[in-house]
Design a protein around this ligand. Structure first.
Ligand SMILES: Cc1ncc(COP(=O)(O)O)c(C=O)c1O
Length: 410
């Protein structure tokens, strides 16, 4: 009989994985304290007390002077685009392989997402393709930290400087990263983070925009707080109508901010643990023919995987297709999956809109992203990387086991 768990054998991993999210007295006390103040909601006209404290601590720990809390990473991207002056007819360059919000936020700003492929080694935005995609309508680039890796930020900055474009960093998966020791979020003009349930830090939901530019900070504030000016002022006072395209209520609650203050204290130790485990798994997987971890650029000095990702080559597994491999790996007790469909498959371009026309006319194709989605990429959730190296060994051993017995699954 086959030893594979999918065929009734004993799984490699029966023990529980580290749980996510992690909480303790700090989070419980923080929530209780806010409840007792009766100041639960978002600050109106000025950041609420917990928001203000979190905005200061989070932005300064990520190399920025200003932070503006919002309700989600999607809201952060939407607000950042509007604050950068992106509007109807403008083009914004985005990677194909990302979560959909990177592209849908551009549509929410009535602008046109111009999709480029990812680099097949890093699975992050291909900086050369970005340069080729620039037109006289391009206004901004949204770069994404994905898989504990990053695009070539030096090249992206060069392109932005050359064509006067705004670099918006989508750091929904990039808390605590540094590129050449510069924190993610402070490299471009605006950095957007998510605090959704599965992210490196969470309050269930939430987001923040960070920036070193005071004008952008003021605009972000007004856009997310129904047009109110920070530190006093009503909609329409002091901001030119053409500057703020529209406003929303994207206010974060004090309860979320209080939880995030506690979560921030945990972040730096967790970055270290995950980074060590990512490096260790990369080393172990490179020893397995047919498995190749996503490449991490050496200039990315701090990084951790959200999610971890490796490339799977079925020809080394007796032709076992990737999706069957994933089913077998799950049965061995290793949570895993495949990427989200790339943007061009997932975004809804309203028919006959400029965005739709631009997409159809571009005849763009995205072979690296499609290959990752269709056949090649295998993703592992970040919380698996919070334990000991023996946990990581289980991942490698499970893959080796499936490889040895792949014929039992054909
Ligand atoms: C790369 C990326 N961008 C944006 C988002 C959107 O964040 P949120 O879910 O908080 O709206 C996510 C998260 O899901 C993401 O992974």
């Amino acid at each position: 009989m086959s030893s594979l768990a999918l065929k009734g054998g004993k799984p490699i991993r029966a023990k529980e994985w580290p749980q996510w999210p992690i909480y303790g007295e700090r989070e419980l006390k923080a929530v209780e304290e806010v409840i007792k103040t009766r100041y639960w909601g978002g600050g109106v006209g000025v950041s609420g007390p917990k928001e203000a404290e979190f905005e200061e601590k989070f932005s300064s720990s990520h190399g920025c002077r200003y932070g503006i809390c919002v309700t989600s990473g999607t809201a952060a991207l939407h607000v950042a685009l509007l604050a950068a002056g992106v509007g109807p007819g403008d083009e914004v360059i985005v990677p194909a392989l990302t979560f959909w919000s990177t592209g849908s936020a551009v549509l929410m700003a009535s602008a046109i997402p111009v999709i480029v492929d990812v680099n097949p080694e890093t699975y992050c935005m291909d900086a050369d393709a970005v340069k080729d995609a620039v037109t006289d309508k391009t206004r901004a680039i949204i770069s994404v930290y994905n898989y504990g890796s990053s695009p070539d930020m030096d090249k992206l900055l060069k392109t932005c400087n050359e064509y006067n474009l705004v670099l918006i960093e989508d750091c929904a998966r990039g808390h605590g990263f540094t590129w050449r020791d510069k924190p993610a979020g402070s490299i471009g003009k605006l950095g957007c983070f998510s605090f959704q349930q599965g992210k490196f830090m969470t309050a269930g939901e939430g987001g923040i925009i960070i920036t070193n530019n005071e004008t952008y900070a003021d605009r972000c504030y007004a856009i997310k707080d129904c047009g109110r000016l920070r530190e006093g002022g009503m909609p329409g006072e002091g901001i030119e109508p053409s500057t703020v395209i529209n406003w929303y209520n994207y206010r974060m609650t004090q309860i979320q901010a209080a939880i995030l203050l506690a979560q921030l204290e945990r972040l730096w130790e967790q970055v270290k643990v995950r980074q060590n485990n990512q490096d260790y798994l990369n080393k172990r997987l490179r020893e397995i023919e047919g498995i190749e971890p996503v490449k991490v650029d050496e200039r990315l000095s701090k990084h951790h995987p959200w999610p971890y990702c490796f490339k799977y080559d079925p020809s080394y597994f007796m032709g076992l297709p990737r999706d069957k491999f994933i089913t077998a790996l799950r049965a061995e007790g290793i949570p895993c999956g495949k990427p989200h469909p790339p943007l061009h498959m997932a975004l809804y371009f309203p028919k006959f809109s400029e965005a739709y026309k631009r997409y159809v006319e571009s005849k763009a194709n995205f072979p690296a992203s499609e290959k990752a989605y269709n056949d090649e990429a295998v993703e592992l959730p970040q919380h698996l990387f919070l334990g000991a190296t023996e946990d990581i060994d289980d991942i490698a051993e499970a893959i080796i086991k499936i490889k040895r017995s792949a014929k039992d699954l054909l």
